[in-house]
Every structure is written in C-alpha cells, then in structure tokens.
Design a protein around this ligand. Structure first.
Ligand code: ADP
Ligand code: MG
Length: 221
C-alpha cells in the first residue's frame, strides 16, 4: 500500500529530481524548442513544495489536486496544462483515499496518461511525453497482471519509460513547438519524455526501496 506520506514523499522527490535535472532539461529543450522546459518544471515543483509546506493534505486526491492546480498556474508552456491534467486525472481516481493499492496506482496512472492524450491530442511516436508515459502504463499493467510484486512492476514501468524516452531521439516531432523544426527535430531526445521518465523513475526508486533516484543525466543511465 502507498500511504499518503509515501505519496507526499514522491511529490517531494519529483521536485528534487526536476531541480537536479533542470539544466539538462533546458539543454534538451534548447535543441528542439525554446530552452524553457527545465526552468518551467522546476518553477512549478518548487511552488508545489511551498504550497505543501503550508498545508499537508491527508487525502491522496486532495494532495494530487493541489499539485495539479499549482503546476497549472506556475509551469506555463505546453507542459504546464499537460502535467496539470496528468495530476488532476490521478487526483480524480484517488479522491477519498488515505492509502493506495498497486491496482489503484495503476488505474490512477492510466487515467493520468489518458488525460494527457485527450488534452494534447498526441499519439505515441510523435515525440512527446507520451512516448515515455504510454509504455510505462502498459508495462505496469502487464507486470501486475503477471502477479509481479509491486516493486518489480514499478521498476518495469520506469524502465519502459526510459526506453520510450530514448526512442524519441530519432523521431520527427509532430506535436508542440519541436514540430516547427520538422525533420531537424530528429536526433534529439524529447524534453517532455525526459521529465516524464524522471517522475516515474522517482516513484520506482522510492517505492521499491532503491535510493539512487535523482541521478543527474537521464541519458547516461
Ligand atoms: P513549450 O513547448 O510550450 O515551450 P515546454 O518546453 O515546457 O513547453 O514542454 C515541451 C514538451 O511538452 C515537449 O518536449 C513534449 O514532450 C510536450 N508536449 C508538447 N506538445 C504536446 C502534446 N500535444 N501532447 C503531449 N506532450 C506534448
Ligand atoms: Mg519549451
């Protein structure tokens, strides 16, 4: 079971890995966008930390809704509303819960990713955060369906996200700012897929008892 304190720890860990990878995400976005993804995400998660320092919810849904609303009002760009939707959909699934089972986590993550798909109207292969998120949900579901322990399922999910992130390198962007570059967007890793991977790896490291989250270069693992 993931308890509310574990969920809070994940959000704090998200803020920490985004801060540690801020410059890296900026670099990735400089190559195919406008070099703000790291700064946007870091600003958003620092605001989330501030918000949670004032008030720590005891309901998983309320906690995630706070995260969503704070990201929506502080991140901006394409990623702000998309990550806002991600956490809002997750919140909707977990309202009224003080702890979450593996199945409930999988359902919440699935709803979150579907929310991003609906909001951004992107599909896998279009070089967006969905290239990390969609395989992560599939791998999580598959591992749980095969009765794998939650820790193992989380690691499988993060690994799938990592592969999806790396698989964005040769892709031509079809959505968002990077799509303006057309063919020239190929050869670069998508910043949003990278931040999405970092968030999922943070959950896997935290909840499967590993402590090496926060590694600096997501492309050098
Ligand atoms: P902006 O592109 O407005 O500067 P960011 O730099 O913060 O916003 O975020 C860029 C990331 O947003 C991209 O790397 C991509 O992963 C993601 N993204 C952009 N458009 C979409 C979309 N329609 N669906 C899903 N993800 C998207
Ligand atoms: Mg940008």
């Amino acid at each position: 079971m993931i308890k509310i304190k574990d969920l809070l720890q994940w959000i704090e860990q998200c803020a920490a890995v985004i801060a540690a990878n801020r410059d890296y995400l900026v670099e990735l976005d400089a190559a195919i966008g406008d070099a703000d993804h790291g700064a946007n995400m870091d600003r958003g998660f620092q605001a989330v930390l501030q918000k949670l320092a004032q008030d720590k919810p005891s309901d998983c849904g309320v906690l995630l809704k706070t995260v969503a609303m704070t990201l929506i009002s502080t991140v901006g760009g394409a990623a702000g509303p998309l990550y806002g939707t991600f956490f809002l959909q997750m919140a909707t699934k977990l309202t009224g819960k003080a702890e979450i089972s593996a199945e409930e986590w999988a359902a919440a993550l699935e709803a979150a990713v579907q929310g991003v798909q609906q909001r951004g109207k992107a599909a896998v292969g279009e070089k967006t955060m969905l290239d990390a998120l969609v395989p992560a949900v599939v791998a999580l579901r598959e591992a749980l369906a095969n009765d794998k322990p939650f820790a193992e399922a989380l690691q499988a999910s993060a690994q799938a996200a990592e592969q999806g992130m790396k698989a964005t390198i040769p892709l031509v962007a079809r959505k968002g700012r990077a799509s303006y570059l057309g063919e020239r967007s190929a050869g670069h890793q998508d910043p949003g897929a990278t931040s999405a991977y970092l968030l999922l790896q943070a959950a896997a490291d935290l909840w499967s008892g590993r402590s090496d989250s926060g590694r600096k270069d997501a492309n050098k693992l």
